[in-house]
Design a protein around this ligand. Sequence first.
Ligand SMILES: Cc1ncc(COP(=O)(O)O)c(C=O)c1O
Length: 347
Amino acid sequence: MIDLRSDTVTRPSEEMRAAIASAQVGDDVYADDPTVNALEERVADMFGKEAGVFTPTGSLSNQLGIRTLVRPGEELLTETFSHIVRAELGAGAAFSGITTRTWEGDHGLLVAQEAMAIARPDSGPYLVSTKAIAVENTHNFGGGTVQPIDEIRALRKLTSSVGIAMHLDGARIWNAHIATGISFKDYGDNFDTVSVCFSKGLGAPIGSMLLSTKERASEARVWRKRYGAGMRQVGLLAAGANFALDNNLPALAQDHRRAREIAIACSLAAPTSVDLDYVHTNIVVLNLVGSSESAQQIAASLKDAGILSSALGPTTLRLVTHRDLADADISKTNSVLPDLLERAFKS
Ligand SMILES: Cc1ncc(COP(=O)(O)O)c(C=O)c1O
């Protein structure tokens, strides 16, 4: 099967497994795991932050981040299709008593004024006050779109003048960096808390991290343990993440090129199915409005041809490229998918 469902399907390479097998470990609940400690320092330093907290998932590092910024009964703002509100099963409300309002961005893209238009920073004793804004970069359901750094900076300026904090869901910040050349520190400088994932395109099997001040990291560490995610000899996983940072970043450019090849083939066959201006990284989201077949039907036909994709809704099909694919897989996809689209849009 050619698996284009997500970049989370990547498996650790033999070399990564060797790095994992030989990792120095200790009990991380006692802060005794040298590999975890080194990774936390390394990544915090990359993003210009004081401290890092290694977590098993990006959902947890997002949730730990926002709970240090927003108290129960206060409000987080984010884009309508962001992972924090669409795919974390209401965790902010369930665990932290956080309420959420959203604005909708074109392909998930941030426009600072659109976010600020719904912000209510100091609403007094009767209304909910906005305490933080979360930005997802790259934006998964938006189609891997890269947030414009000027809009991030503009939002930082506007929010800091009214005491609103900013959280970055940087599960795929690596892809944004490779696509733009903007440094991790430039991204980190604009946010109070940053969540990054090693388990997506970087190819580590498990692992994410929250980055922030020492104070917030200490608070997040307590909540991580409270949630049951205090891990013991977890240097095994940190070693995989460390290996990924050493070796796997440059290959993201190849994932981007391959996603673009798929998008171009689709747009030639069915021009309204994808707007190439919004294919920035390793994700292609196809818009099937006007097609006689639903995303589920196209996904089923693809599966019959040995290609796995994700139907995100009746008219939305997502394909994600990653390091476990070969160019031949892209050629095969491009020999099947455009024909399916052409038929579905003509009939
Ligand atoms: C943008 C974004 N943020 C956070 C996550 C959560 O990561 P995890 O699956 O490790 O909880 C994902 C997962 O795909 C994601 O795409």
